[in-house]
Design a protein around this ligand. Structure first.
Ligand code: ADP
Ligand code: MG
Length: 386
């Protein structure tokens, strides 16, 4: 990517960093129900060019929102006026708060190909990237796991978003041609449970499709689902006089009985969670057996469950996934991330990408009057210094 660091900061840059976006392959909306998720880092990214300055100020510039922001190192606090720089500022604040020594300023030029606010985790990428920069420039000795954990702490406490660990961990732990199976309920400073799974797609590839529709109500709808799951868990525990800690602990073969006593809306939510949890294990088996066709089938099943039972898709995502599935080159497709707009993924024949893209754009644009963005992506390494 190009940068005009020198035009902005009147010096040459000294170092160069890169941080990817992420998609979640399978395991949607089960991270807060004790399930495992399978994200992967992808080849859309934020790059940063950096120089240590001799002052106690941080200067930030993003080619995506051109304006220089200048902040005193010893006067860092959250402020609406800081706009997007609340993310890098939060990272500096969080690390210093945890005893890491950052005693000099940096000039940082960011530039990104990740569509923002569309569910590919540009915010986590920006945080991990900033943590990686601080780690290298000030020799903080942070591990990849710690980068993810401090980035999450920063997004939770400084930016006030109650997100889980998936995004920050996927971007920090990313590995070329591998997805990371993360047990999000067992990932903290004492203990991190995750494993890599090789993604070998033969002549298939993943495609990322952005609805390009601004997300609305994501947070409140997300919280509504969390509340519904908590209520369902309580009613199930009351019925059985048991003490399940989360929905994913419940055996799938209990679903029929659960249907008989749960209100139908809550039953649908539980059905998604239990079947999605099983799909994660089936997906891993299919990866091990190199059964690409079955991976596509599981993506489709997941999408239908998210549409009909969990009800987090909507017209724009449904139009994209349905248009994808109409293409003979596509063997599976589903929404990815929180839903309610945002992005979907599809698994398609690699050599049919252009045709797939043109046809899906046509169908989607005809129905919604919006042009979607469609990218062929590789699975890549996590955040790093170049
Ligand atoms: P998502 O993480 O799904 O992309 P969020 O709303 O969580 O959506 O994060 C988007 C925000 O992250 C942007 O509004 C902006 O504040 C910040 N951001 C992400 N990428 C950049 C960038 N390249 N330059 C400046 N700010 C960015
Ligand atoms: Mg985000």
């Amino acid at each position: 990517m190009k940068n005009n660091f020198k035009d902005i900061f009147h010096h040459e840059y000294e170092s160069h960093y890169l941080s990817p976006a992420r998609i979640n392959l399978i395991g949607e909306h089960i991270d807060y129900n004790g399930g495992k998720v399978l994200p992967a880092a992808i080849s859309l990214n934020i790059e940063a060019w950096v120089r240590k300055n001799d002052e106690h100020v941080f200067r930030f510039y993003s080619s995506n929102m051109p304006k220089i922001y200048i902040h005193e190192l010893d006067n860092i606090k959250y402020d609406k006026e800081n706009d997007w720089t609340n993310y890098p500022l939060g990272m500096i604040h969080t690390l210093r708060n945890n005893g890491y020594i950052i005693d000099q300023g940096l000039d940082i030029f960011y530039s990104s190909t990740i569509p923002t606010a569309s569910g590919l985790s540009s915010s986590a990428s920006l945080l991990d990237l900033t943590a990686c920069i601080l780690n290298n420039e000030f020799n903080l000795g942070l591990s990849r796991e710690e980068i993810a954990l401090y980035a999450k702490e920063s997004e939770n406490k400084f930016n006030g978003l109650a997100c889980g660990i998936m995004d920050q961990a996927a971007i920090s732990l990313g590995k070329k041609n591998h997805a990371v199976l993360i047990d999000t309920s067992k990932f903290d400073f004492n203990n991190q449970e995750y494993e890599y799974h090789n993604i070998n797609l033969n002549d298939y590839t993943f495609v990322v499709m952005s609805t390009n529709k601004p997300r609305k109500l994501v947070e409140s709808k997300y919280n509504e689902r969390v509340d519904e799951c908590n209520l369902a868990l309580k009613l199930i525990n009351d019925y059985y006089h048991l003490n399940y800690h989360n929905l994913c602990e419940i055996e799938l073969n209990k679903l029929d009985e659960i249907k008989s006593f749960l209100p139908s809306l809550l039953y649908k939510r539980v059905k998604h969670v239990l079947t999605e949890n099983k799909r994660v294990y089936d997906f891993i088996d299919s990866l091990k057996n190199n059964d690409i066709i079955n991976l596509g089938k599981i993506l489709n099943e997941s999408d239908l469950s998210l549409k009909n039972d969990y009800e987090v898709t909507g017209l724009h995502l449904d139009t994209l996934t349905q248009a994808s599935r109409l293409q003979p080159s596509c063997i599976g497709s589903r929404m990815t991330g929180a839903g309610f707009g945002g992005c979907a993924i599809a698994l398609i024949k690699k050599d049919q990408f252009e045709d797939f893209k043109n046809k899906v754009i046509d169908i989607y644009q005809n129905k919604t009057n919006i042009v979607p963005s469609i990218y062929e992506v590789d699975i890549v390494d996590g955040v790093r210094k170049l």
